[in-house]
Ligand binder design. Sequence first.
Ligand code: PGA
Length: 255
Amino acid sequence: MRRIPIIGGNWKMHRGTPEDAKEMLEEFIQLVKDIENVEIVIVPPYTALSVVNVVKNTNIKIGAQNMYYEDKGAFTGEISPRFLKALGCEYVILGHSERRDIFKEDDDLINKKLKKALLMELNPIVCIGEHLEEREAGKTKDVIRTQIEGTFKDLTKEQMIKIVIAYEPIWAIGTGKTATPDQADEVHQYIRDLLNEKYDNETAELVRIQYGGSVKPTNALELFQKSNIDGGLVGGASLNADSFSEIIKAAENSN
Ligand code: PGA
């Protein structure tokens, strides 16, 4: 089954003013305007989400880095999915390891956010992945299984196939240490096996699974050529128009 690769540019807490975001995007739009068959999503900080207007009528979509699971209320500092929808956001990242580790988000909270995002028709990109100590202790698969069971609890098949999973080994994020294509593909295959066990083969084949963790123009193609890897979630290398467009082109060439 053919899945369309999806590349997300997770800007984290960088390029957070509309001017700074626009500067990158104006250059980037030109570099990727002829790309087909790759879904491109830029995920800036909330304060720069107004760039939905800059990418209007292009092949670039905009996502948010997080959201809360309520529509409105006394939740100081939180952002409602309704606000994101109203702005024109199409995607939302949930459960990034920085949210899990620094801000103590657990599978249960991520599951609540995920159900709400689906209800609001915001396309979720849900991150999972193991710490270095867990990999070294041979526990990668246990960690992935627990995260999948908790994060995707009580979802129907119809909901599951709308989700993009980002497998991001935490030891590879921002460290310059990438998982080898074989290491990544092995975990992606395991995730498909779990989806097959939990749902069916069709679901396992339809869900897109991105790899994240030090994706760069120099390693993108060999990662994306792996049969279970459907693009990437890119941090550092997505901040620059040249490097990010090269990664997008690698995804196009991997088809
Ligand atoms: P990185 O970040 O590409 O800078 O390693 C990836 C991510 O955290 O999504």
